[in-house]
Design a protein around this ligand. Structure first.
Ligand code: UT7
Length: 327
């Protein structure tokens, strides 16, 4: 099996900044509550007429640019999202056309917030067996039009954005290496967090009136499960590689709530200075949180080539996972 590495990163957020104050006029909430309970100060929302692939395209181009590769070189596009442009076709196919990557095999992975980590593992298998040399792995969402602006526990936490990485075989000693990825799922608890609108809830007037177009979440139950699973899977990744938390250079937890992130870091004994935090500015972009946070920290110079990076994720399904890589 070939060793694989991350050759480039990219991300894109829509320019429209939505501060917490915006929600004060819509639901009974306050900037103070949102900041204290979630760590979120603002998020980005798309403007009408745009879709997920409009966020994915600039993220993909930036990642390819960093990798020094043209779009024509892409042989595989895997997109982790639950809010693609359409139910069908896959957003990966729409992106393939917009990007100009005609050789690429393209499909989406639906794993809630874990979509990017799941996609990374899928893409890595294609590269490891030598069948595909250049894979684009994206994660992101457009949640601004899938949140219920009458439900104060969910509408304040989510945002729009997309991130991308280029995965390929390691060529030389300068390259990093994806050491391992660990995935889990537990469908028993799916109804604590879901986005209806598929064949169980086909389009109808009743469906719209019942507000079944929007994310449903029992936030405090999800919170407890997230803390447990995020901590356990991070330890699993470390133990698998014979590493201890103090050997990690950077930790990128799923950015759902600063209190979850702080508690997981505390349990792992990773100092907060090593935790990449973006939830304050972008909220929870679900499958987008890890690749966008990775890209920010790479571009601002915190994460350097050779650094050991641990990421973990938790979301609808439930699904959760972790990946450990040398960048
Ligand atoms: O990314 C996928 C995984 N998702 C997550 O990991 C999300 C995990 N959950 C969370 O981040 C938090 O549970 C939330 C931010 C969603 C909610 O925060 P919480 O501290 O767990 O609040 P809660 O649901 O336990 O509610 C506590 C109180 C309730 O009032 P009462 O019943 O005590 O009077 C809520 O009605 O806070 C109230 N509340 C709010 N108050 C003002 C809930 N949302 C709001 C709000 N503004 N936006």
């Amino acid at each position: 099996m070939l060793k694989t590495c991350i050759k480039g990163t990219g991300s894109y957020f829509p320019p429209r900044v939505v501060p917490n104050k915006f929600f004060e006029s819509i639901v009974y909430t306050s900037d103070e509550w949102i900041t204290t309970r979630t760590g979120i100060r603002e998020r980005r929302f798309i403007d009408n007429g745009l879709a997920f692939s409009d966020l994915a395209l600039p993220a993909a181009r930036a990642a390819l640019d960093m990798a020094g590769l043209p779009a024509e070189a892409v042989e595989l596009i895997v997109v982790g999202t639950s809010t693609g442009d359409m139910i069908s076709p896959a957003s990966a196919c729409i992106l393939q056309k917009k990007l100009g990557a005609p050789r690429a095999v393209a499909f989406d992975v639906s794993a809630g917030c874990s979509g990017w980590v799941y996609s990374l593992q899928v893409a890595q298998k294609f590269v490891q067996d030598g069948s595909h040399q250049c894979a684009l792995v994206l994660g992101g969402e457009v949640l601004s039009n899938r949140i219920d602006y009458q439900d104060r526990t969910t509408c304040v936490v989510f945002g729009d954005g997309a991130g991308a990485v280029v995965v390929g075989p390691c060529n030389g000693s300068d390259d990093g290496e994806i050491l391992s990825t660990h995935l889990h799922a537990d469908g028993e608890l799916w109804d604590l967090l879901y986005l209806p609108g598929g064949s169980a809830n086909p389009p109808s007037r009743e469906m719209v009136e019942a507000r079944m177009l929007y994310v449903k979440m029992q936030g405090n139950e999800v919170f407890k499960q997230a803390v447990r699973s995020l901590s356990a899977v991070a330890l699993e990744a470390l133990e698998h590689n014979g590493l201890t938390p103090d050997e990690i250079d950077w930790f990128i937890p799923h950015q759902a709530n600063i209190r979850i992130m702080e508690e997981v870091a505390r349990r792992l004994e990773i100092p907060i200075e090593k935790v990449i935090i973006t939830v304050d500015r972008y909220g929870n972009t679900s499958a987008g949180t890890i690749p966008t946070s990775l890209d920010e920290a790479v571009r601002d110079g915190r994460i350097k080539r050779g650094d050991l990076v641990l990421v973990n994720t938790f979301g609808a399904g439930f699904t959760w996972g972790a990946s450990l890589f040398r960048f």
